[in-house]
Design a protein around this ligand. Structure first.
Ligand code: BG6
Length: 299
């Protein structure tokens, strides 16, 4: 039975909670006790399914472009090891790291990542909290034999909590900062470019935003209701080179929410997923590391 842990930042009173299953952060409370992450009331917390809410980690594929591998990969579906020696709580913040070695991955393998894979890796996820800010960094190191490189996609699939009913109040819930990004609508298969208007939810939304050339770091403001804004910044690096960060915006709306066994039927009005990630094809050489860092801050 895997466990849930809470890490408190003594100096500010902020805290976060994570589940060993998937190293999934399931709560981030600021020093003013505001919950910033959405967790479905029907989320499975017994390790039988990826957690519906918080920050599930997506790797080595986003969605299911390769049908022989499971949707969103295996990081979110396996028990990670808590690195107790990494825990700290000091003036500037509190945090901890978890690791997952490929040899300990039991669930959701497949395709070129099946049990007989020639690849090897270690994943590390580090979480830090301070007053109104949480930083999360996923690092993947290719520990395979020399010459064995692999391609991957990765995301931090962040579920933001918005005030009850705010998601469909266009003045309260929006995403700003993706102007000029190319949009691929995963529902209609249409492509377009983001204009000056903020992105608002108008129903079932499932879109991929790809940055214009030269834009590496993604930085967006998310309206979360009550006059509050969550600022999200994310950057990616692979073998010391910056990789442009894309962003997925998702809300299942009524019908899809009702069709998911682990999602409260009416809870689509309490959340918006804004998911920064490396969605191009990034190749990682053996001995090298890639990192995806997300910082969220309540303003
Ligand atoms: C989003 C995808 O990232 O995750 C959606 O864009 C998908 O297409 C959603 O429905 C949830 O995925 P899952 O596997 O957690 O149900």
């Amino acid at each position: 039975m895997s466990q849930i842990r809470t890490i408190n930042h003594s100096a500010s009173g902020a805290s976060f909670q994570f589940h060993e299953f998937g190293a999934t952060v399931i709560s981030f409370k600021t020093s003013s006790n505001r919950e910033c992450l959405f967790l479905s009331r029907d989320a499975k917390l017994d390790g039988s399914k990826a957690v519906r809410g918080g920050i599930p980690l997506v790797f080595p594929q986003f969605g299911q472009p390769d049908k022989s591998m499971p949707q969103h990969g295996f990081l979110r579906n396996n028990i990670w090891k808590i690195d107790e020696s990494s825990a700290y709580d000091n003036e500037s913040g509190a945090g901890i790291s978890l690791t997952l070695n490929l040899k300990d991955v039991k669930n959701s393998r497949g395709g070129k990542w099946d049990e007989n894979t020639k690849y090897d890796l270690v994943a590390t996820f580090s979480i830090n909290v301070e007053a109104a800010k949480m930083s999360t960094e996923l690092s993947i190191t290719n520990t395979g034999t020399a010459g064995e490189k692999f391609d991957f996609q990765t995301l931090q699939h962040t579920y933001f909590r918005v005030d009850d009913r705010a998601a469909y109040d266009l003045k309260q819930c929006y995403v700003k900062g993706l102007e000029g990004y190319a949009v691929f609508d995963q529902i209609t298969n249409e492509t377009s470019t983001v204009g000056a208007d903020p992105i608002v939810l108008e129903g079932n939304v499932d879109r991929i935003y790809t940055p214009p050339s030269g834009k590496e770091v993604v930085s967006v403001n998310i309206g979360v209701g009550g006059g509050k804004v969550m600022k999200l910044t994310a950057s990616g690096i692979c073998d010391d080179s910056a990789i442009p960060v894309s962003c997925v915006v998702w809300n299942p709306y009524k019908e899809k929410a009702a069709a998911m066994s682990d999602f409260g039927n009416d809870q689509y009005e309490e959340m918006i997923c804004v998911e920064p990630g490396l969605l191009g094809t990034t190749s990682l050489e053996s001995g090298k590391s890639a990192k995806l860092t997300q910082v969220i801050e309540l303003c």
